[in-house]
Design a protein around this ligand. Structure first.
Ligand code: S3P
Length: 162
C-alpha cells in the first residue's frame, strides 16, 4: 500500500495536482499516459489512430499492473478512462489509495474546448456537440470516480507547494 493514484475526468488537473502532491510528500511522480507513450514509442493519439482504443486500454491495464507490482512508493496520475476499464479500479485500491480529483463540469468543458485536439476520445466531436457529449460521458464515468478512497475538490485545493 505505498501508492497514491489520482483519478478524474480529462482536464481535471490530475497531472498538475499529482506532481504537487508528489513533491510535497517527497515521492516520485509517474504519469500513466506518459508511461504508455514511452512503452509504445508513440503518442496516445497515434496509438488510438493506428491500433485503436482497445489496444490502448490493454497497454494501460498492463502497465498499471506492472507499476503496482513494483514496490517503490509513487504518486501516479491516471488517464481519465483508467478506472473505468477492466478491474483497474480494484487493482488500484488493492495497491494504494485512490484520490478522485473532482473538477466542476463547466471548467472541464471550457478547458476541453481549447485543448481537446490531443485527446482522441474528444477529437471527433464538433464544438456544437461537445457540451452534451462531455456531460453524458462525465456522468457515466463519475460512478467509477466516486468509488475512490478520497474525493478532493479541485477548487478547494490551494497550491500545495506554498
Ligand atoms: C482518456 C484520457 C487521457 C488519455 C487518453 C484517454 C480518457 O488522459 O488516457 O486520451 O478516456 O478519458 P487524461 O485524462 O490525462 O487527459
Amino acid at each position: 500500500m505505498n501508492k497514491i493514484f489520482i483519478i478524474g475526468y480529462m482536464f481535471a488537473g490530475k497531472t498538475t495536482y499529482g506532481r504537487q502532491l508528489a513533491n510535497k510528500l517527497l515521492m516520485p511522480f509517474i504519469d500513466l499516459d506518459k508511461l504508455v507513450e514511452q512503452h509504445c514509442e508513440k503518442t496516445i493519439q497515434e496509438i488510438f489512430e493506428e491500433q485503436g482504443e482497445l489496444y490502448f486500454r490493454q497497454q494501460e491495464h498492463n502497465l498499471l499492473i506492472k507499476l503496482c507490482e513494483d514496490d517503490n512508493p509513487s504518486v501516479i496520475s491516471c488517464g481519465g478512462g483508467t478506472p473505468c476499464f477492466y478491474e483497474n479500479l480494484e487493482i488500484m485500491k488493492r495497491y494504494g489509495k485512490v484520490i478522485y480529483l473532482r473538477t466542476p463540469l463547466n471548467t472541464i468543458i471550457s478547458r476541453a474546448k481549447k485543448g481537446r485536439q490531443n485527446r482522441p476520445v474528444l477529437s471527433g466531436i464538433s464544438d456544437y456537440e461537445l457540451n452534451n457529449f462531455i456531460t453524458k460521458h462525465f456522468n457515466e464515468r463519475e460512478s467509477y470516480y466516486l468509488q475512490a478512497d478520497l474525493i478532493y475538490d479541485s477548487q478547494s485545493i490551494t497550491n500545495l507547494q506554498k
